[in-house]
Write a protein that binds this ligand. Sequence first.
Ligand SMILES: *[C@@H]1O[C@H](CO)[C@@H](O)[C@H](O)[C@H]1NC(C)=O
Ligand SMILES: *[C@@H]1O[C@H](CO)[C@@H](O)[C@H](O)[C@H]1NC(C)=O
Ligand SMILES: *[C@@H]1O[C@H](CO)[C@@H](O)[C@H](O)[C@H]1NC(C)=O
Ligand SMILES: *[C@@H]1O[C@H](CO)[C@@H](O)[C@H](O)[C@H]1NC(C)=O
Ligand SMILES: *[C@@H]1O[C@H](CO)[C@@H](O)[C@H](O)[C@H]1NC(C)=O
Ligand SMILES: *[C@@H]1O[C@H](CO)[C@@H](O)[C@H](O)[C@H]1NC(C)=O
Ligand SMILES: *[C@@H]1O[C@H](CO)[C@@H](O)[C@H](O)[C@H]1NC(C)=O
Length: 478
Amino acid sequence: MTTISSPRGATWLTALFAAAACLLPAANAQGYAVDTPDNIRASAKTLAFDMMKFYNGNQSGEIPGILPGPPSDGKGDYYWWEGGALMGTMVDYWHLTGDTTYNDVITQGILHQVGDNRDFQPLNFTASLGNDDQGFWGMTAMLAAETKFPNPPADQPQWLALAQAVWATQAAPDRHDDTCNGGLRWQIPPTNNGYDYKNTIANAIFFNMGARLARYTHNETYATWATKQFQWIWDVNYIDHASWKVYDGGHIEQNCTDINKAQFSYSAAILAQGAAFMYNFTDGDAAQQDIWKTRVQNLTDGLFRDFFPKGVAFEIACESRHGACTPDMLSFKGYVHRWMSVVTQVAPFMRDTILPILKTSAEAAAKQCTGGATGRVCGFYWSEGVFVDPAVDKTTGAGEAMDVLAAVSSLLIDEADAPVTNKTGGISKGDPNAGQGSRRAVEPATPITTADKAGAAICTILLLAGGIAIWVFMNLGD
Ligand SMILES: *[C@@H]1O[C@H](CO)[C@@H](O)[C@H](O)[C@H]1NC(C)=O
Ligand SMILES: *[C@@H]1O[C@H](CO)[C@@H](O)[C@H](O)[C@H]1NC(C)=O
Ligand SMILES: *[C@@H]1O[C@H](CO)[C@@H](O)[C@H](O)[C@H]1NC(C)=O
Ligand SMILES: *[C@@H]1O[C@H](CO)[C@@H](O)[C@H](O)[C@H]1NC(C)=O
Ligand SMILES: *[C@@H]1O[C@H](CO)[C@@H](O)[C@H](O)[C@H]1NC(C)=O
Ligand SMILES: *[C@@H]1O[C@H](CO)[C@@H](O)[C@H](O)[C@H]1NC(C)=O
Ligand SMILES: *[C@@H]1O[C@H](CO)[C@@H](O)[C@H](O)[C@H]1NC(C)=O
């Protein structure tokens, strides 16, 4: 079924490609087939194989868990957090397809990055340690617990305990102060650039993890925090009260009123997913549940209105101009697909709204994977309908590959088990004291260089530097 063209024409090479193609059904000139569950699984298998080629962490001399990087050290395109996001994508891949091929590699990668205190704050990456960066690893651990990803050996940290550790470090008093009436700062070490910025994504991940821990453990403490955290994001107007647009953040010097109105798809999606878990958790308390139901609906409506203009995921802050998205931003669509598909499980009333859009979007994603020497490399510009080489965005293409894998494998959500709790089959051992003895204000192991600072953490750095740069892109695109 494949039409991989042999670049050389040598008979043996053709034979080799044909053999490889038998093992891995691939894309044809129209891209990957995603019309039936069998085709989706076959396509996802090849997409996962190709994506894992970007991951060298299990090779001699490489560091398990991370993608080549960080950019500030000239080691590659990817910051520390994106390794955690890749691990999560692969946990979902296993959960959705049943393919265990990569489970050991993924387990090794996650466990290598837990750090001395088993809370995902490894000293090596202090210079790019934001609450959101740590939180991405925490959400991967949470997902492993919710999907019953095989437990690590008993002497190793367990998935649920790792998620609780991340949450506990973020709930600790040293991460919360009175500026802007509360909320987490972007960065964790006070010496990092961006410590004076309180952003949506850091707070939204903390909210999301609280909602999921509440549902998994039935411990009200997590729900109380999640409720308070959402309220803060709302009160500080990071969610627009009329349009439900989700903005990026503001600075403590201005009491967080200098709101940077750039919108990123993952911020809206992570809030919608957290609200869906709260909706599920508050079942039995009609008044509370109604509040969360409206939030799920309004956040989802806003997300689809703004980021799926033609039913296809589109990163509005940067996608209208080739070269404008950072490597971070190039990976957001995949999270949106994964997170919103889980919303259909914990808030089933949203199913008929969400699934058709994720389907048209995944079809567009699969269709453009026709590039490179294999004829099946994926690009980022799904709505353009043709392959655009990731080189236009100066990346090797790991985020682009992860996005398509996520979108395609998430099409199997209806066949997959919903996230478990400790009453519905959960097998991960928790520890409510995890993360309690952790370092407080994390100090860097070595002095932070200017280069490190300039490269620290998730996309927001661009906003700090330019503030209006995103607006310029948006206006150019209009
Ligand atoms: C690393 O993992 C890949 C699968 O992604 C596997 O094919 C390869 O053999 C592994 N390499 C080592 C050195 O274990
Ligand atoms: C920290 O860096 C050292 C040296 O490169 C490496 O051996 C180690 O695996 C790294 N640790 C983590 C958690 O990445
Ligand atoms: C679930 O976790 C909570 C909090 O740790 C605990 O109190 C409860 O006993 C657990 N329930 C089950 C069925 O394991
Ligand atoms: C800061 O903003 C909050 C609302 O987010 C408001 O309640 C508070 O009074 C403001 N503080 C100052 C000092 O302006
Ligand atoms: C929010 O959702 C509620 C309930 O579905 C709806 O009545 C309201 O119009 C929505 N608001 C916006 C701004 O979409
Ligand atoms: C909560 O989630 C479960 C899936 O785990 C689902 O079966 C149930 O219907 C959800 N509850 C509500 C009120 O939608
Ligand atoms: C609930 O979670 C809080 C916060 O981590 C913890 O202090 C408390 O011990 C937990 N309660 C139970 C019953 O596990």
